[in-house]
Ligand binder design. Structure first.
Ligand SMILES: Cc1cc2nc3c(=O)[nH]c(=O)nc-3n(C[C@H](O)[C@H](O)[C@H](O)COP(=O)(O)OP(=O)(O)OC[C@H]3O[C@@H](n4cnc5c(N)ncnc54)[C@H](O)[C@@H]3O)c2cc1C
Length: 388
């Protein structure tokens, strides 16, 4: 089905096996605010590397796995079945960096990231700039051979685990003053400080602190690409990550359907199993149908990336799959909780955890409304036939 090759099926099975190894640790993680012991987290990370599931998105030239986009989707889909972000033990370092990283960036951060020795995080969003990335207030001022960075960033996921952070800022000097540029900053650089670490809905080991950058001085070699590159890396990241969000939502949706179906078969109400009740059947039937739709369009979009389809078309398709798969996961999670009844409201129940965890899939990497705006904009500009 889906025209997967032998190589596709092999990596899919490998990722499924890894997910199945992680699932038994979910309850322990949930009971500990999403955290496992340092030894277990290290062991899972090493296992991901051993299985060839780390840096699937990077080319072999920098030590990545050189997977096709479809294969990356297959991997992310499988690990999307796991709760509490336990599968973050494998990373996808930024592939867009490979072509633009200077020698210093390549040796210092990119290659060690590909080897799984260090990891990155992203500081783009601000209190007054989320959906509207163009409203960013953080600044980068050129001073001799350095840049001086200032700003406060919100929701910096994995800041505590990362070695370096991508910092998006508005240039205040030079030919490109007023435009945005991207910088790499070591998380322990002088002037970088955690303001506070708010609690979030999900129980995962990685926090999302608010981080202040106060007069952070970095050499010009920390600029990613050129001053003229603006938001292009952010957009490239969005296209990739929206597809991967969709893939992980497919995995979550599949697990919800499997678990809710199994429960509905064994739970006897008034003498017969829930699965024989038509109201429950309707919920499961709708969920399965929506999974089929979401999966088909996600695989097809991944293929269109591999085929080198026009980047604007890919931008719209990535938005469509992110929108549809994340909204599907949200609906299915809600139905699964309902099917489990009171058990579905207990944190030890997988449906409850997924229900909380997939909520953010409709918000980060561009909220659903932003995906709708992008899709409608492309429809108006290019017409239906170019997109679907
Ligand atoms: C758990 C978590 C982790 C995150 N991790 C990171 C990270 O690592 N790095 C990072 O930089 N950011 C991160 N983010 C930020 C995330 O990308 C933003 O929250 C997201 O882009 C939405 O921006 P916002 O929160 O400012 O919402 P807002 O932009 O304030 O939007 C609020 C609501 O208004 C809607 N809206 C906005 N504009 C329009 C419009 N024009 N038309 C109609 N509706 C609109 C939105 O869809 C949304 O529903 C994270 C967020 C969360 C919750």
């Amino acid at each position: 089905m889906y025209g997967l090759t032998a190589a596709d099926l092999e990596i899919q099975a490998r990722a499924r096996g890894f997910a199945d190894e992680l699932i038994p640790y979910e309850a322990e993680a949930e009971a500990n605010d999403g955290r496992l012991s340092d030894e277990l987290e290290k062991a899972h990370h090493e296992r991901a590397i051993e299985l060839g599931l780390h840096a699937t998105n990077l080319p072999r030239s920098v030590g990545g796995q050189g997977c096709t986009t479809l294969q990356q989707v297959l991997v992310q889909e499988q690990v999307g079945r796991v709760t509490n972000a336990l599968a973050w033990s494998m990373d996808t370092p930024p592939a867009w960096w490979v072509d633009v990283a200077n020698d210093y960036q390549r040796e210092r951060w990119l290659l060690p990231s590909a080897r799984g020795e260090i990891s990155e995080c992203y500081a783009i969003t601000e209190e007054g700039a989320g959906s509207d990335v163009a409203a960013i207030q953080a600044t980068a001022r050129r001073d001799g051979d350095d840049y001086v960075l200032d700003g406060e960033k919100w929701h910096v996921t994995s800041f505590e685990e990362a070695s370096y952070v991508f910092f998006q800022a508005v240039l205040t000097t030079g030919e490109h003053a007023g435009q945005q540029a991207l910088f790499v900053v070591d998380v322990d650089a002088p002037g970088v400080r955690v303001v506070r670490t708010p609690a979030y809905t999900h129980s995962i080991g990685h926090a999302h602190p608010i981080v202040a950058f106060e007069g952070v001085r970095v050499p010009a070699s920390h600029l990613v690409g050129t001053e003229a590159d603006g938001m292009s890396f952010v957009y490239e990241w969005f296209r990739f990550e929206r597809l991967m969000v969709a893939a992980r939502c497919l995995g979550a949706t599949e697990r919800l359907i499997d678990e809710a179906t199994a429960f509905a078969k064994e739970r006897i109400v008034d003498g017969s199993p829930l699965i024989e009740r038509q109201l429950v059947q309707a919920m499961l039937a709708d969920s399965l149908t929506e999974l089929f739709g979401a999966r088909s369009m996600t695989y097809e979009t991944a293929r269109s990336v591999d085929e080198g389809v026009d980047v604007k078309v890919l931008h719209a398709r990535s938005s469509m799959v992110k929108l549809y798969a994340s909204e599907t996961a949200g609906r299915v999670a809600d139905r699964a909780v309902q099917i489990f009844g009171g058990r579905g409201y207990m944190r030890e129940n997988v449906a409850e955890r997924i229900w909380r965890e997939v909520r953010v899939e409709r918000i980060w990497e561009g909220a659903s409304e932003i995906q709708q705006l992008i899709i409608a904009d492309q429809l108006a500009k290019r017409g239906r036939a170019a997109l679907v």
